[in-house]
Design a protein around this ligand. Structure first.
Ligand SMILES: [Zn+2]
Length: 467
């Protein structure tokens, strides 16, 4: 979901790794504590599960998840396998970063909730295709409790999404069951039906051709500590009627960048439309008006819970794909683009319905902009917004739930650096729109406009698709 230029990616994971492996061992004596670096740019949080989270505090009440890892008695291990030594003495953490030396230092203990979880944006306004989904009262005993919702799906319905919003949604409060009319738990059958980011989860059908929408009663269960279940806002989006020969999806472009010319904007939009035209089922992105946003949003923190994003995304449209072109993502210098969710909250005008694409990372050293690459990055993020995962993740171990996209495996990592490039996967999915990165080792970009038949089938079921 997050696309970066290489030098900055060492600590950053693709947030699409919702199914990432967690440590099975739980140390009952382990505490849940967090420490802030001296320059106040990095928080390391120790979870009871044996996991660590690396977080960047970005503004009052919001932190950005940079990556995750695990810990034992005296070592932290990040997602790349880099090992850090640590020691906790009272309110201080001493960290030794022998690989980069960047993180070495003394960290002071802080209250994670007061720094990172104070803010919750308004999820936004529903269009006609979205309705509130009433949740049950809090059920169950013990530390982990449950809330649920049931809804009926008729014969006409071809696509459904359940959106969950809340301060701890995606972190401590998560969907744990999605029961189909036949009683089967779809999250067991296909965990990728659910995707969570901080503050937002989306359950979506269809995610592939294997599990279509069936008529009947569905049930969603959300589990977590009681205090985090109270504040969940759930919505149900549905699309009824036929699948069309040609599916049109409105595209709204909001330009906060101060460096893009009108011609460059037009070329970029043309490029995005052309990319989707290559789809094996006809997908036509129909550009609506281009809106210029206030220049104060040109450089913005790429966190969808922030106040700035909430304001900027209010310029979006509930019934369109919303593309926000900014100049630069503050704090993430290599950010190419970022989607608010997989899918975004289509049908709702709000902070989780849109994608951000940064213009400056698409310029060469001489400042020349490639609108073709900018269009490709935008198309990739819009693919996420429509519910598509990366065909292959960086390590080659995780792949999308789509049957007909080739899987590039770790054995294709020819130079053995643990990171698959489009070049290394060129005979497979290196040119797919949803390959995890477009960047070659020499810094040039791959042209990625392939869409498989089954990916196209997901696209044509978009909640906001029209004839
Ligand atoms: Zn991506």
């Amino acid at each position: 979901m997050i696309r970066l230029l290489p030098p900055y990616s060492f600590l950053l994971i693709a947030l699409a790794l919702s199914a990432c492996a967690r440590s099975e061992e739980i140390d009952s004596s382990a505490r849940e504590v967090a420490f802030l670096s001296e320059d106040e740019n990095l928080i390391i949080a120790f979870k009871r599960t044996g996991q660590v989270e690396f977080l960047a505090p970005i503004e009052e009440g919001t932190c950005y998840l940079l990556g995750t890892g695990s810990y034992d008695a005296d070592r932290l291990i990040d997602h790349d396998g880099t090992i850090y030594g640590y020691e906790i003495e009272g309110a201080e953490l001493y960290l030794d970063d022998p690989t980069h030396d960047l993180l070495t230092g003394v960290y002071r203990r802080v209250n994670l909730r007061s720094i990172c979880q104070a803010r919750q944006p308004d999820p936004g306004e529903n269009s006609a295709s979205v309705q509130p989904l009433p949740l049950s009262g809090i059920e169950g005993s013990g530390a982990t409790k449950k809330r649920s919702a049931e809804f009926d799906v008729d014969e006409d319905t071809i696509a459904i999404s359940v959106y969950l919003f809340g301060r701890e949604v995606g972190t401590r409060a998560r969907p744990t069951a999605f029961l189909a009319p036949d009683g089967g738990n779809l999250l067991v059958e296909l965990p990728d039906i659910s995707f969570c980011d901080a503050g937002y989860c989306a359950l979506m059908l269809p995610r592939n051709e294997a599990i279509p929408v069936e008529p009947g009663r569905y049930r969603v269960e959300i589990s977590g500590p009681e205090e985090y279940l109270e504040e969940i806002d759930a919505r149900l989006a549905t699309r009824k009627g036929a699948v069309f020969d040609r599916t049109r999806i409105p595209l709204r472009t909001v330009v906060a960048s101060t460096t893009l010319t009108d011609d460059e904007i037009d070329q970029t939009i043309d490029g995005i439309v052309a990319s989707f035209e290559a789809s094996p089922y006809a997908i036509e992105l129909t550009p609506t008006e281009v809106v210029r946003a206030d220049a104060k949003y040109a450089e913005i923190v790429a966190d969808f819970r922030s106040a700035a994003i909430e304001e900027l995304f209010a310029l979006g449209d509930a019934k369109a794909l919303n593309l926000f072109l900014i100049d630069r993502a503050v704090g993430i210098p290599g950010l190419l683009g970022l989607a608010a969710g997989i899918p975004s909250s289509q049908g709702i005008r709000g902070p989780f319905n849109g994608v951000i694409v940064a213009v400056q990372t698409h310029r060469t050293g001489a400042g020349v902009l490639s609108t073709e690459v900018l269009a490709d990055s935008s198309a990739h993020e819009l693919g996420h917004a429509l519910g598509l995962f990366h065909t292959t993740e960086e390590d080659g171990l995780l792949h999308d739930p789509i049957a007909d996209t080739p899987e590039c495996l770790p054995e294709h990592d020819i130079n053995g650096d643990g990171s698959l490039t489009a070049k290394e996967c060129e005979a497979l999915d290196g040119f797919n729109m949803l390959f995890w990165t477009p960047v070659y080792e020499d810094g040039t970009f791959a042209k990625q406009d392939e869409i498989s038949i089954e990916q196209a089938d997901v696209l044509r079921h978009a909640i906001i698709g029209v004839e």
